[in-house]
Each structure stands twice: as C-alpha cells, then as structure tokens.
Design a protein around this ligand. Structure first.
Ligand code: THU
Length: 148
C-alpha cells in the first residue's frame, strides 16, 4: 500500500485504533485499548497498517497490550520498520503506552510518530523520543558480564 500523506495517515491510524479498541478483551480491568501501527517491509518496500487490541486473562499478569499486539502482527509478517502508531483509550487525557510497549517500539523504530487519542475526541501527537528519553539499548548495555 502506498503511504498516504501525513495527515491522511494519522486519520487512518486513528480510525483503525478506535476500531481495534472495540475488539479489546478487557473484562477484568475494563480498560479497553486499541492500537494501529504503520510499518515498512524494508525488503519489499511495501508499507501497511496493522492493528491490535488488549487481550486479558483470568491470570491478570498475562494481559497482552494493544500496542505490542499490533507490533507483533507487523513483525510476524516481515514489516520491521515502524513509522507511526496510534493508541486509543477511553481515558482523559488519552493514555500513554506502558514501559514494555515503549521499549518494544524502540526496538523497531528510529523516532516513531505517536498519536495518543481517546473516545472523547482528544488527539495528542508526539514522538517516541518524548515518551522514552533514554531507552535501554543492548549496545549501550556494554558487553561486560558480572564478575563473580
Ligand atoms: N494496556 C495496554 O493495552 N497498553 C498499554 O500501554 C498499557 C496497558 C492494557 C493492559 C490491560 O489489559 C489494561 O490495559 C489495563 O492495564
């Protein structure tokens, strides 16, 4: 799919995140999240949208976040370069991604455009670098092992 203009892309991601939110399975927290990510397959040059919702479990700690579900779908189909992501919640102001999701975004994006939105019509555009200032990176972690 050809990448739409920036404004059209944001609209498309926003609509897809809100649509995915409707499929959230969140009977425990009742906090429904939908996400849509625009990703590039660097081998074929193809770009596409992938969506995800949060999926909970009676064992609460097993909840899967919407953002990581969307990203996992993209990666699973070979789209490893994330360009923009939208996250829809019902909270006011719109919720931010959790630390696990931010770290996952860092793995697959240089400086991602992030749209935080909610069902009340609020839209907040930001960048991944604003949400996670000094991410953990494997190279930065050094190669020394614990001396024992
Ligand atoms: N959740 C997400 O889907 N994304 C986040 O970034 C934070 C939290 C979900 C997990 C769980 O189903 C519910 O929100 C409450 O934590």
């Amino acid at each position: 799919m050809k990448r739409p203009s920036r404004a059209a892309l944001f609209e498309e991601l926003t609509a897809a995140a809100l649509c995915a939110q409707k499929h959230a399975y969140a009977p425990y927290s009742r906090f429904r999240v939908g996400s849509a990510v625009w990703a590039l397959n660097t081998k074929s040059g193809e770009e596409r949208l992938f969506a995800g919702a949060n999926v909970e479990n009676a064992s609460f700690g097993l909840a899967l976040c919407a953002e990581r579900n969307a990203i996992a779908s993209a990666i699973s189909e070979g789209f490893r370069e994330l360009k923009a992501i939208a996250i829809a919640t019902g909270s006011q102001p719109p919720g931010s991604p959790c630390g696990l999701c931010l770290q996952t975004m860092v793995e697959f994006a240089v400086d991602l455009d992030v749209i935080l939105l909610n069902t009340h019509g609020d839209r907040h555009k930001t960048k991944l670098s604003q949400l996670i200032k000094r991410p953990f990176r494997w190279k930065g972690a050094g190669t020394e092992r614990d001396a024992r």
